[in-house]
Design a protein around this ligand. Structure first.
Ligand SMILES: O=C(O)C1=C[C@@H](OP(=O)(O)O)[C@@H](O)[C@H](O)C1
Ligand SMILES: C=C(OP(=O)(O)O)C(=O)O
Length: 412
């Protein structure tokens, strides 16, 4: 499905209820499989959470997690530590290019039985679940925090818990802290000091048996972008959010002040308001190593406003749903941007024009589709293969229509 997008003259003001965080959901779902008394509210309706739910139920056979990175990494640790279960864990063509050796090596150090069925270091994996009694492991922390979270999530169920030594600078830290916070929520004891994490064995009743998933902050980013590209005075209300979020992408509230958007917290809602025009000579400079998923949104917002940006800490972007640095360079380039990327940075020059009716390719990456959509406020644009949004936010196009975007399906 390819979509042609234009802005209409309608009022933007709307209340949008965004589905639960896929990161919180996939952690809570895994914990629920380990501790069945856990009740979860506001689970994400994303494809990634759906494949996670289905995968957790499989006892023996093939588990296909499609494009879901968290499901791939979390289920690897789950099945490896489930005595008696034997599965082949596989995914999409892209998933077979996303590295997993660091996690597999760590699990093998603990005594797990995992084999590569195609290419060494990459999915698919043949996993024969084992009871694990070793508890010391060291692992590189600078490639993906999902490997760390995967080990931490199963750690309280292991015979002797886990002592994990992290090597190198930890990347995507808030995601790791989210995992520790969820363990803490159910009552499992964890200690995080320096580069060492200890998780104590936890085989008793949960201290809190209900977890309410906050709505997804990464999904909120597209509405921050819509607000930033709109007229002063525009307001958008989103729910359900809280000021003390477990999600690192809640840093958006700070980041978008630079784009003239302020955030007010009102009960369970956040209200985004464009309060001022921004200085077009400004350069947005941010290190996104703690919030990699908002890199696409921020660079497209900056381009839409015509201002320069310099983003660093992007070393994880090359192994996500697509090589996001190359994808941004190609697609912003088609619109007329002057952009350069390295393997961990992105530099965008200020500009004063943008090409019209450009068809944006999305590379099986939900965030490419959603990050470029708000540009329709500045020029008419086509989003190819727009259905990719369902990976994290199936209702995205319906919600964009509520915001008075004119969206029509076109032949592709
Ligand atoms: O643990 C998680 O839920 C996630 C961690 C991050 O990945 P990396 O740690 O690989 O950067 C993030 O990009 C991804 O969307 C979700
Ligand atoms: C990187 C992402 O997801 P995952 O790694 O879980 O596929 C994402 O949602 O932006």
């Amino acid at each position: 499905m390819n979509l042609h997008l234009q802005s209409s003259t309608g009022k933007l003001s709307e209340h949008i209820k965004i589905t639960g965080s896929k990161s919180e959901s996939n952690r809570a779902l895994l914990l629920q499989a380990l501790y069945p008394s856990l009740k979860i509210d506001n689970v994400s309706n994303s494809d990634d959470s759906e494949v996670m739910q289905k995968g957790l139920k499989i006892i023996n056979g093939e588990v296909d997690i499609h494009h879901a990175g968290t499901a791939m990494r979390f289920l690897t640790a789950f099945f490896a530590t489930q005595e008696g279960r034997e599965v082949v864990l596989t995914g999409s063509k892209r998933m077979k290019e996303r590295p997993i050796r660091i996690l597999v090596d760590a699990l093998r150090q603990l005594g797990a039985e995992i084999e590569y069925t195609e290419n060494e270091g990459y999915p698919p994996l043949k996993i024969s679940g084992k009871r694990i009694s070793k508890n010391k492991v060291s692992m590189a922390a600078n490639v993906s925090s999902q490997y760390i979270s995967a080990l931490l999530l199963v750690a309280p169920t292991l015979d002797s818990g886990l002592h994990l030594s992290l090597e190198g600078k930890i990347t995507s830290v808030p995601y790791m802290k989210m995992t520790l916070a969820l363990l803490d929520h159910i009552g499992a004891e964890t200690i995080f000091e320096g580069n060492e994490i200890t998780v104590k064995p936890f085989h008793t009743e949960l201290s809190r048996a209900e977890f309410v998933v906050e709505s997804d902050w990464s999904s909120a980013s597209y509405f921050y972008s819509v607000a930033a590209l709109s007229e002063v005075g525009t307001k958008i209300k989103l729910s359900s959010y809280k000021e003390n979020s477990l999600q690192g992408d809640s840093v958006l509230a700070e980041v978008y002040k630079d784009f003239g958007v302020i955030t007010q917290y009102e009960g369970e809602n956040i209200i985004l308001e464009k309060t001022e025009e921004i200085d077009l000579n400004k350069v947005i400079e941010i290190d996104l190593s703690d919030a990699p998923d908002i890199a696409q949104t921020i660079s497209v917002t900056a381009f839409g406003l015509g201002i320069a940006c310099s983003l660093s800490g992007l070393h994880t972007l090359k192994i996500k749903e697509t090589d996001r640095l190359e994808a941004l360079k190609t697609e912003l380039g088609k619109l007329g941007a002057s952009i350069e990327v390295t393997d961990k940075e992105l530099y965008l020059k200020s500009s004063s024009s943008m090409n019209k009716d450009v068809a944006i390719d999305t590379y099986n990456d939900h965030r490419m589709a959603m990050a470029f959509a708000p540009l329709a406020l500045r020029t008419s644009i086509i989003i190819n293969d727009a259905g990719v949004v369902s990976k994290s936010y199936p209702d995205f196009w319906t919600d964009m229509k509520k915001l008075a975007f004119k969206i029509k399906e076109i032949e592709g």
